[in-house]
Design a protein around this ligand. Structure first.
Ligand code: 5RP
Length: 278
């Protein structure tokens, strides 16, 4: 692994703790204007200072994010489909490695769809991207996307995560599940968990806690942060668990304190939102 690649990796997984809070805001690449992300800049800029990385597409990065932002960028470079297609697995590489260098990214992210109609194509995309990334010292985050008919259990997620690592991914993003140790323990590279559909805040924090306890090095979380009634409260609370080993109760207090300080009623609703396909 080159010095440049190790240096970029250390901008994603913080050396101080060996962990990371990645903010995922790439949903529009196939979902369009996702709830909470209608105005990406307005959503992301107040959160950027609390995120170890921002995961997004080049279009949002170039048009909506200030170029003086400090947060390292993990650029989504796979796509080519939309929520209107029943088979989301038909993805290709949509952004060149040269563009990633121009955009000064710290990592590239690509989805693989194990068990879906285009699994071969997406796994081959990953292997090619790793070759390109290694050439220029840019790590690759493999996103183990789940097809709509796949069960998110440890057997399937361990299969997908291990394949991603075998193809050379430097970090694997997957979903939390029961027996998550079987996923993290059989994947030879660091694993981060996605947040998935919007949950009540305490449940999302419990999932974060359980994921870290079961071997994840952090989260790459989107909706459970930006669809919260206090996005800053939630990202601070998630950080308290990931980097500060806080209990769920203590992290929840971080969230409620921030929410109260910003004037949002503490007894507010859960903010449950339309989940659609991911
Ligand atoms: C889609 C993605 C998203 O970034 C991912 O789903 C993370 O966001 P969330 O926490 O909202 O699930 O990679 O394939």
């Amino acid at each position: 692994m080159s010095w440049g690649l190790r240096n970029r990796l250390s901008r994603i997984i913080r050396p101080e703790t060996g962990r990371t809070v990645m903010l995922a805001v790439d949903h529009g690449y196939f979902l369009g204007p996702t709830s909470g992300l209608e105005q990406p800049g307005a959503c992301v800029m107040p959160l950027a200072g609390y995120a170890d990385t921002l995961m997004l597409t080049r279009g949002v990065l170039r048009n909506c994010i200030d170029s003086h932002v400090d947060a390292p960028i993990v650029l989504r470079v796979s796509g080519g489909n939309s929520v209107l297609d029943d088979d989301l697995s038909n993805e290709t590489i949509i952004t060149s490695v040269e563009e990633c260098i121009r955009l000064n990214v710290s990592g590239m992210a690509l989805s693989i769809f194990v068990g879906s109609p285009h699994q071969h194509q997406t796994i081959a995309n990953l292997a090619k991207l790793v070759d390109a990334g290694e050439r220029y010292g840019i790590p690759v985050v493999a996103v183990t996307a789940v097809g709509k008919d796949m069960v998110r259990d440890a057997r399937y997620l361990a299969l997908a995560s291990r394949i991603a690592a075998e193809m050379g991914a430097h970090i694997v993003k997957t979903y939390f599940c029961e027996d998550f140790e079987k996923v993290s323990g059989t994947c030879p590279v660091p694993v981060v968990i996605a947040g998935g559909k919007k949950l009540p805040e305490r449940e999302a924090l419990q999932m974060t806690y359980d994921g870290i306890a079961a071997g994840a090095v952090g989260v790459d979380m989107g909706r459970n942060i930006f669809q919260s009634d206090s996005p800053i409260g939630m990202i601070k609370a998630v950080r308290a668990i990931v980097h500060g080993n806080a209990s769920v109760d203590d992290a929840y207090a971080v969230y409620t304190d921030e929410k109260a300080a910003s004037g949002v009623a503490v007894a507010g609703g859960s903010g449950l939102a339309d989940d659609r396909k991911i």
